[in-house]
Design a protein around this ligand. Structure first.
Ligand code: NAD
Length: 496
């Protein structure tokens, strides 16, 4: 266990004092039931925030809708909105250390990840999406309408902002996933209300303050706190919400999709994954092992696209597992605020228990469970785990544990391995490890997942659409697809 903690910036302390509840119409709201926000590294209380309720959610939606209806944001020129979003990116960059520290203190992950991914990638993402503001366009069509005789027609399509967007986000990358939804929505001219997970509201609240500082008009980017089953569910079913965008579990995604359809809101769902990594006999084993550690243990495996089932050719299986074991046996353990620590706490005690229950079940089913480095009792740590010689029938191969568990299944025949890869209800992401270009070209189209990587895993880019097949969701984030999903398409036909 290492213990060289970085000291939180004074700005972080000041923010924790200030942010006491939902952020609506440019300010914090303290009314509501106060709940403790916990630091998962030691179970201590970071701050308290007031949970919103149905009445406050109604107010947040009314404010968001008011800002859409009076055109204070969508009525600006695209170039003006682009400039404001670019300024927002600059502010997120300037405050990136503060934001990274808030994220690590609240979520538990390594400060290195918070700096590089949660803050760093977010800045790139905002800049990429800001560019779309000035590039939304419709098409003109050469129509063949023959009546009335002699009439001429001009027809074209118009992309308009979809309206009020409710973004419901999870606790694993609270700030980054909120931005994945809010920024394309804002770029398209929408007004947004974000509901963070109850465990991790802090970084999103700070983002909302920065958005106002950047020039996003008050009331356009709001944050409502509250429980998923009350406030989240209410937002999804709210008649004045035009689009619901959700990241989280498949189970909750279905509830949200139904609620949205009931009032004909559009929706997109980024859901769970049980993501395979397929390692062929000709793979570079060192690259594959490094890829497995990165793809499987990033943020303690609390990543929707994390690799969690590893199909490894029998000729490599034992060496692959022994290399993984030797790394996880020696990883350094500590709070996310210790930049040297490689094993950090998971988000909450509830989630820690859930991961440990998955492991108990795996052992009961005969899994060969190897625990890595020992972890402290204080804080919500889970030792990284390698399960070797696993069977496709084990629950741990089929169910998402969302923790640091790498389960390795040997195979002899690549087509049988492909069948096991696809034998899952989920289909978010997958990776293939091979030095053979022909195998890569043959297998990538056959793998049932929204993203397939070759010789890499969890590699995202703002321009590359991301979202699941099968039970892993509906719709895409990133790229033009994301921007379009926050617009509605109107056809205009003019007779002259
Ligand atoms: P969750 O589904 O329980 O919660 C996600 C969000 O939904 C939270 O804000 C929560 O408060 C809210 N919520 C809960 N019940 C609700 C309801 N009935 N109506 C409306 N909102 C409700 O998931 P979680 O535990 O926060 O996150 C972990 C899950 O999210 C994992 O299954 C993981 O795979 C998935 N995930 C997916 C992606 C992706 O991009 N596909 C990314 C991150 C996490």
């Amino acid at each position: 266990m290492t213990n060289k903690l970085i000291v939180a910036l004074p700005d972080v302390e000041a923010f924790l004092q200030r942010a006491r509840g939902s952020f609506i119409d440019g300010g914090f709201r303290e009314q509501g039931n106060p709940i403790a926000i916990i630091n998962p590294a030691d179970g201590s209380q970071l701050s308290t925030v007031a949970q919103g309720d149905v009445a406050l959610a109604d107010e947040a939606v009314a404010i968001t809708k008011g800002s859409f209806d009076d055109r204070r944001w969508r009525g600006m020129s695209p170039a003006q909105r682009e400039r404001i979003l670019l300024k927002f990116a600059d502010l997120v960059e300037q405050h990136s250390e503060e934001l990274a520290q808030i994220e690590t203190l609240n979520q538990g992950k390594s400060i290195n990840i918070s700096r590089a991914v949660d803050a760093g990638f977010s800045v790139d993402f905002i800049r990429y999406m800001a560019g779309w503001t000035t590039k939304l366009e419709g098409k003109t069509g050469d129509v063949s309408i023959g009546m009335p005789e002699g009439a001429n027609f001009n027809a074209y399509t118009l992309r308009q902002p979809v309206g009020v967007v409710a973004a419901i986000v999870p606790w694993n990358f609270p700030m980054m996933i909120a931005l994945w939804k809010a920024i394309p929505a804002l770029a398209a001219g929408c007004s947004v209300v974000v509901k963070p997970a109850s465990e991790t509201p802090l970084s999103v609240l700070r983002l909302a303050e920065l958005a106002v500082e950047a020039g996003v008009p008050k009331g356009v980017f709001n944050v409502i706190l509250g429980s998923g089953s009350v406030v989240g569910q209410h937002l999804a079913g709210h008649a004045d919400v035009d689009k619901v965008t959700f990241t989280g579990s498949t189970e909750v995604g279905k509830v949200i999709g139904h609620a949205a359809v009931d009032h004909m809101a559009s929706f997109s769902l980024e859901l769970g994954g049980k993501n395979p990594m397929l390692v062929l006999a000709d793979a570079d084993i060192e690259k594959a092992v490094n890829g497995a550690l990165m793809g499987g243990l990033l943020n303690q495996g609390q990543v929707c696209a994390a690799a969690s089932r590893f199909y490894v050719h029998r000729s490599l299986h034992d060496e692959f597992c022994s290399r993984l074991r030797s790394v996880v046996d020696q990883m350094s353990v500590g709070p996310g605020m210790d930049p040297q620590a490689q094993v950090n706490p998971v988000v909450s005690q509830r989630h820690q228990r859930s991961i440990l229950q998955h492991l108990e079940r795996a052992k009961a089913q005969g899994a060969n469970v190897h625990y890595g480095v020992q972890v402290p009792e204080e804080g919500f740590y889970v030792s990284p785990v390698i399960i070797s010689d696993a069977k496709q029938t084990f629950d741990i191969v089929r169910e998402e544990a969302f923790g640091p568990i790498l389960t390795v299944i040997p195979f002899d025949d690549v087509n049988e391995a492909l069948a096991m890869v696809n034998d899952s209800e989920l289909g978010l992401a997958a990776s293939l490890w091979t030095e053979s270009l022909s195998e890569a070209m043959r297998l990538t189209p056959e793998i049932e997942a929204g993203t397939v990587w070759v010789n890499t895993h969890v590699t995202l880019d703002p321009s590359l659409p991301f979202g699941g097949f099968k039970q892993s969701g509906i719709g895409k984030e990133f790229g033009q697809e994301a921007i379009y999903s926050y617009t509605k398409l109107k056809s205009i036909c003019i007779a002259y």
